[in-house]
Design a protein around this ligand. Structure first.
Ligand SMILES: Cc1cc2nc3c(=O)[nH]c(=O)nc-3n(C[C@H](O)[C@H](O)[C@H](O)COP(=O)(O)OP(=O)(O)OC[C@H]3O[C@@H](n4cnc5c(N)ncnc54)[C@H](O)[C@@H]3O)c2cc1C
Length: 449
């Protein structure tokens, strides 16, 4: 503790058990830990000093941003030190001419959006946890979100990173050159590394052209398959498509019940697709024309002004919160090849109920990416039968057991479904090279041992 206090200053070393406890449970309430202390460094040098102290004393170090991760990756094991990035913030340094920004790791996604917008640009990654999720956390998880279909995932935005690696060295490459073939691309490696290789302290990100004119349509379908086909068709035919989010009638009912909202349609529909178009000029007509060519639409609500658009988005963005009201869910964020998405959606509820008869299955996600969030409630936190069944089904369809949330603690034991022994051995070799003492986030992403 004295070494950690030297590293960050006593006021930024937290050891009061009641305070520390707040850093030891995840957003869903499913994963709990027990840290010895929390440190809040304010600079890269302080992060490096924390890493050095943890190496000296053989302490596990768990980076934590907004703690909105959904796979338990930011939850410390017993006796670990949490490195909270709350003080690694500063106003984003926006290069308005070049369309890039240098941003510190603890900055929230919402703050980065605000800085980009003020400079006439936008940031390509966005999702419901924007007010808490941090740039460092989104890099560590390679976050996706609602705009991947147009702008790609976080990895596609990151041009350079600064990080303190597990061996204590500082790497910093924030020049933002668009063409820079000078060896291994460390930003790509750190994207999705889930805090196991280094602590990200800053990043250089690309910005995307602002598209302030927006239109949202909520489309009702009688069958899930029709909604999936529609999402893929709109992705192909509508270049200004910014989001295509799939929901079920049951999910919308739950959101309305928990948040006390009026339903979006007079009738209930088996599947609902939220689509958003964004452009410099009003995209309503082009969205309406594209939707009119889509088969299977049985109901539609359209919004162009900000408050009405937000009201339609609320049905989608409140899903995670509404499901949490039913108790800690098992969250299985997966991707399917596009042709397998509809069959998977049809099969998965029965597959879950075969192993956990009383469970409820909630399905929603980023349909055009093939990305579905399978949420299972009514199952004990440590009962993994449903997880097993769903992830086996995903693998059987040629999908990925983690689309955008990462492996964390939740999915370590299924990594082999997507990664060969040779790939896992290569992962371990990289981990040993950059974190030789294994202090960074042990038990996350890679099986221990
Ligand atoms: C309502 C809601 C909606 C969501 N929607 C989406 C979505 O659409 N798409 C999506 O991809 N995710 C989504 N998420 C999940 C989550 O917001 C993302 O995974 C996000 O990237 C986590 O950021 P964070 O700052 O909260 O990281 P944390 O939860 O604090 O940490 C996540 C992981 O990153 C590591 N980490 C954090 N900061 C650093 C750092 N500076 N350096 C190294 N490692 C670090 C942690 O150790 C942990 O392994 C959602 C979550 C919620 C609650």
């Amino acid at each position: 503790l004295p070494d950690l206090a030297d590293a960050v200053g006593s006021p930024n070393l937290l050891t009061d058990p009641d305070v520390v406890a707040g850093y030891c449970v995840d957003w869903t309430g499913r994963f709990h830990g027990g840290a010895a202390a929390v440190v809040r460094p304010a600079s890269t040098d302080e992060v490096a000093a924390v890493v050095a102290a943890c190496r000296r004393h053989g302490l596990a170090l768990v980076p934590q941003g907004g703690n909105t991760g959904l796979v338990g990756g930011s939850v410390p094991g017993e006796g670990a030190v949490v490195l909270a990035t709350t003080r690694l913030t500063a106003p984003a340094d926006v290069d308005a001419a070049g369309g890039q920004a240098t941003v510190r790791a603890g900055t929230t996604v919402a703050a980065l959006h605000a800085a980009a917008t003020a400079a006439g640009w936008d940031y390509g990654v966005d999702f419901a946890a924007r007010d808490s999720a941090t740039v460092g956390g989104t890099i560590a998880t390679n976050a996706g979100g609602v705009r991947v279909l147009r702008h790609g995932d976080t990895r596609a935005q990151v041009l350079g990173v600064e990080a303190v690696l597990g061996d204590g060295s500082v790497v910093s490459h924030l020049g933002g050159l668009l063409k820079d073939n000078t060896g291994y691309h460390l930003p790509s490696l750190l994207c999705g590394s889930e805090g196991t290789l280094g602590v990200v302290t800053a990043a250089r990100v690309r910005l995307v052209a602002a598209a302030p004119a927006r239109a949202v349509a909520l489309l009702g379908f009688a069958a899930m398959e029709d909604a999936v086909t529609a999402a893929l068709a709109l992705h192909r035919d509508l270049p200004v498509l910014d989001a295509a989010e799939l929901m079920t009638g049951a999910g919308i009912d739950l959101v309305c019940r928990v948040l006390d909202l009026a339903p979006p349609f007079a009738a209930r529909h088996a599947a609902v697709l939220l689509v958003e178009a964004a452009a410099t000029g009003d995209p309503t007509a082009v969205l309406a024309e594209a939707v009119s060519g889509v088969e299977g639409v049985v109901d539609a609500a359209v919004a162009t002004d900000g408050p009405r658009r937000a009201a339609l988005w609320r049905y989608r963005e409140s899903h995670t919160e509404a499901i949490n009201h039913l108790g800690p869910p098992h969250k299985l964020d997966v991707t399917l090849p596009s042709a397998a998405l509809a069959p998977f959606l049809a099969e998965v509820p029965a597959v879950v109920r075969r192993v956990v008869p009383g469970a409820d299955v909630w399905l929603f996600g980023h349909a055009a990416d093939g990305n579905i969030h399978v949420n299972v409630t009514g199952v004990a936190p440590d009962d993994e039968a449903a997880d097993d069944a769903v992830l086996d089904l995903v693998a059987a369809h040629g999908g990925s057991i983690s689309a955008e949330h990462g492996i964390g603690r939740a999915k370590v034991r299924w990594l082999h479904l997507n990664r060969s022994a040779a790939e896992i051995a290569a992962f371990r070799a990289i981990k040993r090279a950059l974190d030789p003492d294994g202090i960074l986030n042990p038990g996350v992403l890679l099986p221990e041992g």
